[in-house]
Design a protein around this ligand. Sequence first.
Ligand SMILES: [Zn+2]
Length: 119
Amino acid sequence: MYCPNCHRDIADASAFCYVCGARQAPVYTPPAPMKRLTRSVTDCKLGGVCGGLAEYWNVDSTIVRLVWVVLVIFPVPLVPAVLGYFIAWIVMPRADVYAPVASSTAVATSAPAHDASAR
Ligand SMILES: [Zn+2]
């Protein structure tokens, strides 16, 4: 890291320069990508709905399936579990549709070509 005030090299992610004491600009950390509710392609028994819910809630998919089976046996009057499952199957996209795009490291490695021509 480089202090813009005294032009000295200081430790990375320093809040203040330890040579001149100038406040350093905070290091930008990109926000975490939004979590999407998708049907699982790796953890699926029927349509991947329970697996997708388990991945979204970060719980074991067996627990989600057990809760679903209990809801099938003892149906809740407003939302029957079987109908809810098939609605979720139709509405939830497959997980591979929203696969993460390659990270920005490929862009960062191709950038220094411009600096070499400027010097
Ligand atoms: Zn400084």
